[in-house]
Design a protein around this ligand. Structure first.
Ligand code: BMA
Length: 333
């Protein structure tokens, strides 16, 4: 482990707090949680399941802001410190040359991924009212160019890898249905041009409940995977169905670098599960839903952004080497 290599640009100014005294957990919550309140915008009912990246001298992001009609929309935001955000009250409007694809229905749970020279946004996009994976790119977070939907409905949790694999764009996704899907495996697909997707591979299924119950109903990729010499570090959410409804927690996996559909290790215990009031109370109680991470390769620090109870946004910290060690030590594979 001492020779662990972590890819990525230096990010010494990223949000960070040391592990609180007495805390024995692998990841811990930011003391300022929830860092984004539900009503930051005059018209927002909730701001959660959102994506942030380093941009210019600071940070930019694409945020899921449901309005007080309870319509799901995406908004652009900027920040100097990645903790305090200015979110544009106007919703994000994509430019699209394909009229049928550009017809906005709804959008939610965005991810943002920098590849080569631009930022790609993927999100759950309503196409004729059914969920699939929308794709767009931007260089300036002002103009967003929407391209073809990646997959047929029904699909959610489309997460790009931060570099091409085998010469192709690569994406994880979670085929689903049009409701509150009570099943779900993670799949991998490749595309030479971000338009035609194929080479679909199965990555992983929910875990047997007697082995790891928090992830026994369905699973879905979270933030953009982080490249390390031990494999791609993937944070993913898992769902348990209790007598009170679904419970969303998250854990970690290590995927093979060249064949990322091969899972090398997968954590048995969760890293974070709803227990704070803002994770347990809200529009959908008991949800910790990670969609983005910032990390600094030199220090190994990682900050994970996660939606809390489908209402507000929280931040959790950890050290990548410790998370990798935990993933291997507790692996159910
Ligand atoms: C999923 C998505 C997420 C949400 C979660 C819990 O199906 O809708 O946006 O956080 O359910 O409600």
């Amino acid at each position: 482990m001492s020779e662990l290599k972590i890819a990525g640009n230096p990010l010494p100014g990223m949000p960070w707090e040391e592990r609180p005294e007495g805390c024995k957990n692998v990841m811990w919550r930011c003391s300022a949680n929830p860092i984004i309140p539900r009503d930051l915008l005059p018209t927002s009912n909730s701001i959660f399941n959102s994506a942030v990246v380093p941009f210019g001298e600071g940070y930019a992001g694409v945020f899921r802001c449901d309005d007080t009609n309870r319509r799901m929309a995406l908004h652009v935001g900027f920040s100097k410190d990645a903790v305090h955000w200015d979110i544009n009250p106007e919703k994000l409007q994509f430019q699209c040359d394909i009229p049928e694809i550009g017809e906005w229905v709804y959008g939610y749970d965005p991810r943002v991924c920098f590849i080569d020279d631009r930022y790609y946004v993927t999100w759950c996009n309503g196409y004729k009212g059914q969920p699939t994976i929308g794709v767009a790119w931007t260089t300036d977070f002002k103009t967003f160019h929407q391209v073809e939907n990646a997959f047929l409905p029904f699909n959610r949790n489309g997460v790009l890898f931060p570099r091409k694999i085998n010469g192709n764009f690569a994406m994880l996704s979670r085929p689903s249905d049009n409701g509150h899907t009570p099943f779900g495996d993670i799949y991998y697909s490749e595309s030479p041009d971000l338009e035609f997707w194929g080479r679909h591979r199965h990555v992983m299924s929910p875990a047997p409940f007697e082995q790891s119950a928090w992830q026994c109903l369905k699973i879905g990729a979270g933030p953009i995977p982080i490249e390390t010499s031990e494999g791609w570090l993937l944070f993913y959410h898992g769902v348990l169905r209790s007598c009170n409804g679904y419970v969303y927690a998250f854990g970690s996996a290590l995927l093979d670098l060249d064949e990322p559909w091969k899972v090398k290790f997968r954590s048995g215990p969760y890293l974070l599960s709803p227990r704070e009031p803002y994770e347990c109370m809200g529009d959908v109680p008991n949800v910790c839903f990670p969609c983005a991470a910032l990390h600094d390769p030199a220090t190994g620090r990682v900050a994970v952004y996660y939606g809390c109870a489908d209402t507000v946004t929280g931040l959790a910290f950890g050290y990548i080497p410790e998370i990798i060690e935990f993933t291997k030590r507790t692996s159910i594979i």
